[in-house]
Design a protein around this ligand. Structure first.
Ligand code: B16
Ligand code: MG
Length: 218
């Protein structure tokens, strides 16, 4: 017998790779402030809110700024980031994603978005996926950042599902922890050494086969 389950997908690192654009925009901020910001540093910002990302960046550069200057940098960073987002097309949907969404649709399994990004609706619109999600939860809807389960619990509510019947797909350890705290099944996308707390870990979305998905629902 089929189990009634639903999926909640993270955005950056799962559906699209916007981390590379965040990197370029944050690097510009670091350049302006006069310190080096590497791709390795950028890993620390994945899944983290915009405001928290700036705090981490300033810590890396050992820079202290006034509230006013921080607000100005946040606006400038987002402006540059949006410049990249506006150029996004469906070609940037990560390999494997479309097949998974098609499988879920074919099997009448609902899915929602659970992202820390305040730009999530725009990104989904640019890549042509906005109308495929039953519900969207983004950085504008939450007051507590991952690893707090709030984002996924709101997602379950919007899907009209019990949290225990939801499956979360996440690339950030804070997101995996949030899913676990919400008592949802967690699927990590990326390095198994980093995402070891997830119930399942796959290198990328292509590795999630229809056989695996069939096992989950049966
Ligand atoms: P924004 P996710 C996260 O997206 C990114 O991984 C993270 O690097 C970014 O700081 C955060 O969104 C906020 O993004 O500046 O667009 O509001 O992985 O939760 O989908
Ligand atoms: Mg992510």
């Amino acid at each position: 017998m089929k189990k009634e389950i639903a999926f909640i997908f993270d955005l950056d690192g799962v559906i699209v790779d916007t981390a590379k654009y965040h990197f370029l925009a944050w690097k510009n901020v670091a350049d302006t402030l006069g310190f080096e910001f590497t791709e390795k540093h950028n890993e620390l910002l994945k899944g983290v809110s915009r405001v928290k990302s700036l705090e981490i960046l300033l810590d890396i550069g050992k820079v202290t700024l006034s509230e006013e200057k921080k607000q100005q940098l946040l606006i400038e960073k987002n402006k540059e980031y949006l410049g990249y987002v506006y150029k996004m097309t469906s070609e940037e949907i990560l390999p494997g994603v479309t097949q998974i969404l098609n499988f879920l649709d074919t099997n009448n399994i609902k899915f929602a978005l659970g992202s820390a990004s305040k730009n999530a609706p725009l990104i989904l619109e640019k890549v042509g996926l906005i109308n495929r999600f039953t519900a969207l939860v983004d950085g504008n809807d939450v007051s507590k950042a991952k690893p707090d389960p709030e984002v996924f619990l709101i997602g379950a509510k919007k899907l009209n599902m019990n949290p225990e019947n939801c499956v979360v797909v996440e690339d950030a350890i804070a997101g995996v922890q949030a899913a676990n705290a919400a008592k949802m099944l967690s699927i990590g996308i990326g390095d198994a050494k980093v995402l070891g707390e997830a119930d399942y870990v796959f290198k990328d979305m292509v590795e999630i086969t229809s056989g695996f998905l069939k096992n989950l629902i049966n």
